[in-house]
Design a protein around this ligand. Structure first.
Ligand code: AMP
Length: 429
């Protein structure tokens, strides 16, 4: 099947040809005709499946067919993070290169005025994070009453990040009659409730079951005492000669501390998480993509949606509390069929989390010790959390290890995308 057979107009096909995509991905094959036909959509697809083109291409076509550019946005794409907004905005620009449609991106952490100026000049496609969009709506610098198509991209992440009230407020500002497209990597009760209230007779599409990334990525795990994780990571950087590694920590503070430690070990590193300013996040990502920073240390939410071409290696410095997040993390590498590697450093208290991940993936991830970093034979009852900056107390019992939320947090349920819901996550990402 080629792009030509999907019903897309010549101007869009020209733009797609520039991208050198050989053929549509499964989500594109399924979603594009449905969106062109005007249906609402509930689509289960992760980043890396080509989902952005799956909604951007037909969205641009419908706007260009249905009339001339107007001052107020006719399509609204909501994303959970600034990075994803920027990436989607860049795709809208690339695919719409030969169409007379204007797009704008609005997100927080940067000045309002340039966004206001751009909105005033007129925008057909608006890509926005919810909070900043509501700021604009409150100041009446954007009018959402002409929106014909609403896209919720990575809706599950938006709910995880607590945007549900913002989303509901935004929906109230939209006209009743419109096309709604909801994309979510996972499927929880919250997503179902949102979809039920939002979508009218939606077409259901599901691609890339939650364990597909796991099938293209070579996975390994090293058992190690928690207190030695940082040293093991630095050792691996040297031994493997790694130049571009995305490292996941559970917390923002943990990410910062790890960056400092790697720096002391002579390994260039930058952190990317929600406490960083937008310019710091953009700089860190650019440096990492350019190769001037060898380690990008990220929390789950910050890393979501990052599209780094040919990322060779992901390291789970800590396992995520929710097994599905492991799949998202390792999905950062091995994209579009390219080979990738994912390595997890597993301390004794994380064994339960590893079991939960193995259950979800239905495969074993062998624990292979690194010479010189073998874990203590008798695990301490509660390992001191030195890897995250905790202090070893030599006089008294060490503080209790964080209780593993463990496998039970994410049973491999029978629902199409995911079983559990995310309430009860341990640390703030
Ligand atoms: P997405 O899932 O939208 O984040 O897209 C992931 C990556 O796949 C992006 O780098 C896209 O440029 C790329 N991509 C999108 N569609 C295709 C396609 N049909 N063939 C190859 N790569 C694609």
């Amino acid at each position: 099947m080629s792009f030509d057979s999907l019903g897309l107009q010549a101007d869009l096909l020209r733009a797609v040809a520039t991208q050198r995509y050989a053929r549509p991905t499964p989500i594109q094959l399924q979603a594009i005709p449905e969106i062109l036909a005007g249906h609402d959509l509930l689509a289960g697809a992760q980043t890396g499946t080509g989902k952005t083109a799956a909604f951007v291409l037909p969205l641009l076509q419908r706007l260009s067919e249905k009339g001339h550019p107007q001052r107020h946005p006719r399509a609204l794409i909501l994303t959970p993070t600034r990075e994803l907004a920027a990436q989607v905005g860049e795709r809208v620009h690339a695919y719409g290169l030969h169409l007379p449609l204007r797009s704008a991106i609005v997100f927080g952490g940067v000045g309002m005025q340039p966004q206001v100026n751009q909105l005033q000049r007129g925008v057909d496609v608006l890509i926005a994070t919810p909070g900043r969009l509501l700021d604009h709506a409150g100041r009446r610098t954007v009018d959402l009453s002409r929106v014909e198509i609403l896209v919720l991209d990575e809706a599950d992440r938006m709910l995880d990040m607590g945007f549900i009230h913002d989303i509901r407020r935004i929906i109230q500002l939209l006209p009743e009659r419109r096309q709604n497209l909801l994309f979510s990597a996972t499927y929880s009760d919250d997503i179902r409730r949102l979809a039920d209230g939002l979508l009218k007779r939606p077409k259901l599409i599901e691609v890339a079951r939650r364990n597909t990334a796991a099938e293209t990525v070579v996975q390994a795990a090293h058992p190690v005492d928690k207190a030695r994780k940082r040293d093991l990571l630095a050792h691996l950087f040297r031994r493997e000669g790694w130049h571009q590694v995305l490292v996941f920590t559970r917390t923002k503070a943990g990410a910062n501390r790890l960056v400092e430690h790697l720096g002391r070990e002579g390994i260039t590193a930058a952190a990317i998480h929600g406490n960083k300013s937008q310019s710091a996040r953009t700089r860190a990502l650019d440096d990492f993509k350019r190769g001037s920073v060898r380690a990008l240390v990220a929390t789950d939410i910050a890393a979501r949606g990052l599209d780094i071409v040919d990322l060779p290696q992901v390291v789970n410095f800590e396992l995520p509390n929710v097994a599905e997040d492991y799949v998202h993390r390792i999905g950062r590498t091995g994209r579009a069929g390219a080979g990738g590697k994912a390595l997890s450093l597993v301390s004794h208290d994380e064994r339960g989390l590893l079991q939960g991940i193995q259950r979800l993936l239905r495969r074993e991830i062998a624990l292979d010790p690194v010479v010189g970093f073998e874990p203590s034979l008798v695990p301490p009852e509660s390992e001191p959390d030195r890897s995250l900056g905790g202090r070893r107390d030599s006089r008294g019992p060490s503080r209790p290890a964080r209780k593993p939320a463990a496998a039970a947090a994410s049973p491999a349920g029978k629902r199409p995308w995911r079983g559990g819901d995310r309430r009860g996550r341990g640390a703030t990402p």
